[in-house]
Design a protein around this ligand. Structure first.
Ligand code: PGA
Length: 244
């Protein structure tokens, strides 16, 4: 499985960020990098310009959310076919910031993931426990429930394990805990899980990524803050094992 490194730019970036996107694309085309599939998931407004920059390079472009319907009276929403047209290869669905801030349920996340697959893109389905759930010994039960309800029946999704308490806090999960949860997720996925990528997200930085990538069952990373600058995004890519 080729590892996947996904930048999640969240609500960051204007047209001035084209320079940074270009620097990421150029960096990925340099020889000697470990095998990797690299994606930046951008705000909707940057997708078309980013697609122009990424065309012909190894960089792929993705989005951070979509509606499950193809079109209709859904003010403010963007559909999966629209994102496909804008050049997206991936769409993040069910990020904890959308689950918490926009009341998204796992059922809704599953419909979004199905729409992404139907449009010919790959959904990155996010699951993860809160600090309180972990403290109560319910981390695995929470992840299991979210995964079962969020995952589309059809194959092709990527899973992102993102403990909510690790997102944007500077406190990443310990490699042993990451390996434990990824192994658990792999088990839950059954035979289909053998070929599915499970990536870790939550305060991944160039400093801690080597030990995270070295943890068992980690097939890449979903990176927020450290993906905004080409230098740190590329440093994370370069920390991947030379042979996956
Ligand atoms: P972070 O964000 O790397 O800034 O913690 C990760 C994410 O929310 O996907």
């Amino acid at each position: 499985m080729t590892p996947l490194v996904v930048g999640n730019w969240k609500m960051h970036g204007t047209l001035a960020s084209r320079a940074e996107i270009g620097a990421i694309a150029r960096g990925l085309d340099k020889p000697g990098l470990p095998p990797v599939e690299a994606v930046v998931c951008l705000p909707f407004t940057l997708l078309f310009p980013a697609q122009k920059i990424a065309a012909g390079t190894k960089l792929k472009v993705g989005a951070q959310d979509c509606h499950f319907e193809k079109e209709g009276a859904f003010t403010g929403d963007v559909s999966a076919p629209m994102l496909k047209e804008a050049g997206c290869a991936y769409v993040i669905v069910g990020h904890s910031e959308r689950r918490a801030g926009h009341g998204e349920t796992s059922e809704l996340v599953r419909r979004k993931a199905e729409a992404v697959l139907a449009a010919g893109m790959t959904p990155i389905v996010c699951v993860g426990e809160t600090k309180a759930e972990r403290a109560a010994g319910k981390a695995k039960a929470t992840v299991e429930a979210a995964l079962k309800a969020s995952l589309p029946k059809a194959s092709g999704a990527v899973i992102a394990y993102e403990p909510v308490w690790a997102i944007g806090t500077g406190e990443n999960a310990k490699p042993a805990d990451i390996a434990g949860m990824h192994g658990f997720i792999r088990l839950l996925l059954g035979p289909a899980g053998k070929t599915m990528r499970i990536v870790y997200g939550g305060s991944v930085t160039p400093e801690n990524v080597k030990e995270i990538f070295a943890a068992a069952e980690v097939n890449g990373a979903l990176v927020g803050g450290a993906s905004l600058k080409a230098q740190s995004f590329l440093a994370i890519v370069k920390s991947l094992p030379k042979t996956p």
